[in-house]
Design a protein around this ligand. Structure first.
Ligand code: NAP
Length: 307
């Protein structure tokens, strides 16, 4: 029986682990399929406070993990397969083992949707990015592409014009699904142009050399494939919260994010808390995830004291 089990090991989960461990709750962390979370697929992180020269994403997450372990958190490279929150103690299944917990902090994050090309994953962090706020700064005076036609694509394209010389939105249809105001903002920006009815079918570059250098783009009406030189590709085709495990156990919104009470990490089930990108579809930053991980640990501690 554990006082607190934490599912997920990005900035939210490991910050929750640091706070819970320092509160003597001996947390157990299941690190999940991507130990360290989304930051492990980025290279330089320059906007995490405390690292004026920046730090590599995987290194930052190693430091989070070590800090949690330092105070007694136990971390396991295991994936939770099933949960049962219907009665107390809460039950978590990992393979054929069952764990019991008085409280659970969920920090399973969200995954950026990607095209699924092998070259895309090879060049992720080397010219290919899924986060303009994180990586835009590295594309000063560069020519870049943004993929997608929703609000995120409009927002990211507009944001990236602060740095890039030109931004081309590559969209698979002949109209955007983004709200009118966001579309207008992007389309009225002189640095932004659009390639309609188009999709990226291949990416070229060497992660050990210059990174991404060009992409093949297919026109979906004519079928013609043309190679374009580019310095960067930003994927903005949506995110998927990693919440499949919690369907029918907790209240989720229509997009699958766990619903938490305002200004809190309290979910629809007492004793279960959610922190980071699994409940935040607005900010999606390491620092905000870490902040909500801290909140979750404090709220779990108060919950346990009250019971
Ligand atoms: P989204 O609305 O689901 O849009 C995803 C876009 O990516 C769509 O245009 C879609 O094309 C395209 N797409 C999806 N899969 C693709 C693929 N495999 N290849 C090429 N293109 C693909 O996602 P989002 O833009 O991230 O927005 C998510 C939610 O957050 C929305 O409700 C949005 O309004 C909200 N949001 C709001 C703001 C804001 O108000 N400031 C900012 C960002 C997001 P199709 O159109 O052809 O399906």
């Amino acid at each position: 029986m554990h006082k607190v089990i934490i599912i997920g090991s990005g900035p939210a989960g490991l910050t929750a682990a640091i706070y819970a461990a320092r509160a003597n709750l001996k947390p157990l962390v299941f690190e999940g399929v991507q130990p360290g979370g989304q930051l492990t697929i980025t290279t330089d992180v320059e906007n995490y406070p405390g690292f004026p020269k920046g730090i590599l994403g995987p290194e930052l997450m190693d430091k989070f993990r070590k800090q949690a372990q330092e105070f007694g958190a136990e971390t396991l490279f295991e994936n939770v397969d099933k949960v049962d929150f219907s009665s107390k103690p809460f039950k978590l299944h990992v393979g054929d083992k069952e764990y019991e917990a008085e409280s659970v902090i969920i920090s399973t994050g969200a995954s950026a949707k990607l095209l699924g090309l092998e070259s895309e994953s090879k060049l992720m962090g080397f010219g290919v990015s899924a986060c303009a706020t994180c990586d835009g700064f590295f594309f000063k005076e560069k020519d870049i592409l943004v993929v997608g036609g929703g609000d995120s694509a409009m927002e990211e394209a507009t944001y990236l014009t602060k740095f890039a010389s030109s931004v081309t939105i590559v969209h698979r249809r002949d109209e955007f699904r983004a709200s009118k105001i966001m579309q207008d903002r992007a389309l009225n920006n002189p640095k932004i142009s659009v390639m309609w009815n188009s999709e990226i079918v291949e990416m070229y570059g060497d992660p050990k050399d210059k990174g991404l250098e060009s992409v093949d783009i297919r026109n979906l009406q004519s079928g013609e494939i043309v190679r374009h030189n580019t310095d960067g590709v930003f994927m903005a085709i949506g995110h998927k919260p990693n919440s499949d495990l919690f369907k029918n156990q907790l209240s989720l919104n229509e997009s699958g994010y766990i619903i938490t009470e305002a200004d809190s990490t309290v979910t629809s089930k007492k004793g279960i808390f959610a922190a980071g990108d699994i409940q935040d579809f607005t900010y999606k930053q390491a620092i905000t995830a870490a902040g909500s991980g801290c909140m979750a640990a404090i709220e779990a501690e108060r919950f346990l004291e009250g019971h």
